[in-house]
Write a protein that binds this ligand. Structure first.
Ligand code: FE2
Length: 243
């Protein structure tokens, strides 16, 4: 059985050498960092923990955040001045909604020209979601589902197997939120993250960092040694996205 080790590993230790695939540090464009000043402070702390690279992945969702799109976010990325050692890249976290296909068809902000980071609302998803995920593959990309452990439809055991099967059949890869392992996103997310780790279903790991409370959690919380071992393996996959 996949047991829980007794030894604890501080999350901040797992940040060392991390190439993060999910963050909200592009200032003033979504519910993440509100200003360049805040972003720079957060980046400075992440530098000190040994983070090597970060994909900035602002939300793109219909009717929110001023209609973020590839052009507006690229402009903001170009004007955000950061001179530290962390390598920054721009991508986006797309909500699967009625506008998503438009973004997909106009040169989407992807990770390494391959993965399109997508999310659902935590409560559920539109009925055509699986067709939409399949369309991502048809366009030559791979759908990367952000933090599957956080979705209620996967947390419910009754639906879990069917839903996992459908997501995997649609070509989805999964991205773990590091803090889910600590219970930060609640007990259900923590339990599901442990199960998905045990079943080897994650491909990448990200912080999804938005703010100082996330930073504090990263600086102070711990995971068990089995979780830490799994995260170290995912970090190797993350690194491939910077080549
Ligand atoms: Fe996010």
């Amino acid at each position: 059985m996949f047991g829980f080790g007794r030894k604890k590993t501080p999350v901040r230790q797992l940040m060392s050498g991390l190439y993060d695939v999910h963050s909200h540090l592009l200032p003033g464009v979504d519910d993440g960092s509100p200003s360049a000043e805040v972003s720079l402070k957060l980046l400075e702390s992440l530098e000190q923990m040994g983070v090597k690279g970060i994909y900035l992945t602002p939300h793109i969702m219909a009717g929110n955040y001023g209609g973020n799109n590839r052009i507006s976010l690229s402009k903001r990325f170009e004007t955000f001045v950061y001179n530290g050692p962390i390598k920054l890249k721009l991508a986006a976290e797309h909500l699967i909604d009625e506008k998503f296909l438009q973004h997909l068809q106009s040169d989407p902000l992807s990770l390494a020209e391959e993965y399109v980071l997508v999310e659902f609302t935590l409560g559920g998803f539109p009925s055509n979601t699986f067709d939409t995920l399949f369309e991502i593959s048809m366009q030559g990309y791979t759908p990367l589902l952000a933090h599957p452990e956080r979705y209620a439809f996967l947390q419910h055991r009754m639906r879990r197997e069917e839903m996992l099967e459908r997501l995997l059949a649609a070509g989805c890869k999964f991205q773990l939120n590091l803090l889910s392992l600590t219970g930060w996103h609640g007990q259900h997310a923590q339990e599901l993250a442990n199960e998905l780790i045990k079943r080897n279903l994650y491909t990448f790991v990200g912080t999804d960092i938005h703010s100082f409370p996330h930073l504090k959690a990263i600086q102070t919380l711990s995971v068990n040694d089995r979780q830490a071992e799994a995260v170290e393996k995912l970090k190797e996959n993350n690194r491939q996205l910077w080549k």
